[in-house]
Design a protein around this ligand. Sequence first.
Ligand code: FMN
Length: 393
Amino acid sequence: MAADTKLFSPIKIRGITIPNRIVLSPLCMYSANHGMASDWQFAHLSTFARGKTGLIFAEATAVEARGRITPGCLGIWTDEQADALKPITSFIDRMGCIPAMQLAHAGRKAGTKTPWNGGTPLDDEDRKAGNPSWDIIAPSDIPVAEGWVIPKAMDSNDISEIIQAFADAAARAIKAGFKVIEIHSAHGYLLHSFLSPLANKRNDEYGGDIHGRMKLLIQVVDAVRKVIPEDTPLFCRISAVDGLENGWEIDDSVVLAKKLKEHGVDVVDCSAGGISGAPLFRSNKDGKPMKTNMDRGPGFQVPYSDKVKNEADIKTMAVGVIVDPNQAEEILQSSKADLIAVGRELMYNPFWSLHAAQALNADPEFSMWPEQYKWGVNRRGKLAEFKGVRDGT
Ligand SMILES: Cc1cc2nc3c(=O)[nH]c(=O)nc-3n(C[C@H](O)[C@H](O)[C@H](O)COP(=O)(O)O)c2cc1C
């Protein structure tokens, strides 16, 4: 008999029922053509749908061309770009999983090389290769690190344009078939950089105290909530802490989460870091890793999810080195999160969800598996009885 687990129990948020609690964390692929999804995005995301990951996030998708991290980042600032995503949402849907869109603007971290080419700002070499840099915008004219482009401090027109760009992108994402929308306000990108006192030195209504620094994000949330259907869940990814002295702290995140809830956000996705130095998982220009006071061990960001969930009374998603099914189950059982996002472990094993169900005995009959695989995989146990096939004895 199947074990009763939390990880494989469905969750209903507004009008959407997610079949299990496992989420493909958004993963930039740097493989789009002028913001248009390529066959890579289809192959990549459909794999996790075959692997029955409950909620499948497309990568950070730029709401305007300036908001791409690299020239190869996915975008949704045109209808054509949205149309190119339809086969992906339709396949995810057909597999019984939920397609989700992460709307993003890279802010002062825009205009870089791919991580496998160093992740540093685009330079002459890129321009000669047909990839010139572009105007970089941010709350203040403070570069993300030494040697990076000095961004333009946004004026009130830029701010209005950005709010509109998020709303237009959200409407396009809904038309493209996405059932969940997430606003990316983490990892040092535009909206996070408005929140953090390390990047936002404005002295107008969008800066100053926490309420001023939260203002742009809240206006974006309102604009997005207005154009998406009432029954569409809205998530917001935050960096729960900057992990740097005088930066954004966990108590700020609780204040923000309460406000997000009031404005119609359903789930706070609790990541961390990225405000200065190079982007996550990269080393900065002189090759030194980004310095934060965060220890990046198993489940290192779960305490942020726990605190936000329980103090702001809002659903949360935990993420960060969650690699083991029992670890994921324990996080849910102890009410530290409502959803479990997995990034690198799912790239390592795109069928992690199906394998986790086996490990927790939640699917002894392989009933979660796609029809096309189920009947064959069901007989696989017998193959394993032929001792010698596997171990060569
Ligand atoms: C290749 C790669 C691409 C990523 N792209 C994004 C992204 O588009 N948006 C985002 O919010 N986080 C992004 N992240 C962070 C992941 O979503 C996730 O939060 C992080 O990898 C920690 O989870 P993990 O330990 O399960 O990998 C990326 C991480 C990796 C490794």
